[in-house]
Write a protein that binds this ligand. Structure first.
Ligand code: NDP
Length: 264
């Protein structure tokens, strides 16, 4: 039997063990998936081999350590500097980033989207902004504080803070990429800005999943189509599972079983 796990801290809330175990069972694959709370991310590689696992997902705050722990990186993971999926092939660790591709697929249901505003500029925004730009979207970032925006500016993205925001174009899609609303009732940016950007948008998406955040409530009040981060989570899991099982199942076959995790 092959062993897999998710490394993170905290990790007790993660849905990944349920998602992957449902897919292993449903597809009759001889694998089991557990969780591992890792305090020191620099020990990731050592722990990986010590546990004898075949593959792992990596969540907050260890995605950059995971990037450093790999022997080989796929082109996209290399570009964004963050890894959330590792596969062990003959003692070599191969790293991938499936968060961003999962997000891209999750927003594909919204048609006629060209311009996207990210509220937030943290780790998740980093990989998703690049995957979206590569796919032809124009991404602008609005963040509470200027520090995290520096790297985006260098990469050629248009950026604003709350203080210097100017609405000189409209955004088809507005995405909450912050953790505002995750464990509190806060909105991701001042209400005056939110009113302006949401009003002229075609749809609003939150990467937080499993709850209706203040941001999503706000967007619904304006009758905008919305979605939370559940599909992003599901799709990143399916793409990781494809790597874990060496692409022997189709996306839809995996989805059939993995999506049950969201109905329990
Ligand atoms: P980071 O810690 O890297 O970044 C947090 C970002 O949120 C920063 O831009 C920060 O701004 C901003 N922020 C935090 N609190 C507030 C607030 N009260 N008001 C305004 N801005 C705020 O987080 P991640 O990028 O790793 O995660 C972001 C979100 O994405 C989380 O909610 C996480 O749960 C979710 N996520 C969902 C996934 C899914 O599969 N659905 C996958 C991965 C993440 P500042 O720079 O000013 O501090």
């Amino acid at each position: 039997m092959q062993l897999f796990n998710i490394f993170g801290n905290p990790v007790s809330h993660s849905k990944s063990p349920l998602m992957h175990n449902l897919a292993f069972q449903g597809l009759g694959y001889n694998g089991v998936y557990t969780r591992y709370r890792l305090e020191d991310g620099s020990q990731l590689r050592e722990k990986f081999f010590e546990l004898g696992i075949s593959g792992a997902n990596i969540t907050v705050p260890h995605k950059e350590y995971a990037f450093k722990a790999c022997d080989e990186l796929d082109e996209f993971a290399q570009k964004v500097g963050s890894v959330n999926t590792i596969v062990n092939r003959d003692g070599k660790l191969y790293g991938y980033n499936t968060d961003a591709t999962g997000f891209l697929k999750a927003i594909s249901e919204f048609k006629e989207i060209k311009t996207v505003l990210f509220l937030g500029a943290g780790g998740t925004a980093q990989s998703t902004s690049i995957v979206l730009r590569d796919a032809g979207y124009k991404v602008t970032l609005l963040n509470r504080s200027p520090k995290r925006l520096e790297r985006y500016k260098k990469e050629g993205f248009k950026t604003f803070t709350f203080e210097d925001f100017e609405m000189n174009e409209h955004f088809d899609l507005v995405v909450n990429m912050t953790s505002a609303g995750l464990e509190d009732d806060s909105l991701p940016c001042p209400i005056e800005i939110l009113e302006e950007v949401v009003l002229s948008s075609k749809a609003c998406v939150d990467v937080i999943y499993g709850k209706e955040t203040p941001f999503l409530k706000f967007a619904k009040n304006y009758n905008k189509p919305t979605k939370d981060g559940s599909d992003m989570l599901l799709y990143q899991g399916i793409i990781a599972f494809e790597y874990f099982t060496n692409h022997q199942y189709s996306f839809d076959e995996i989805k059939l079983y993995m999506q049950q995790a969201f109905k329990l």
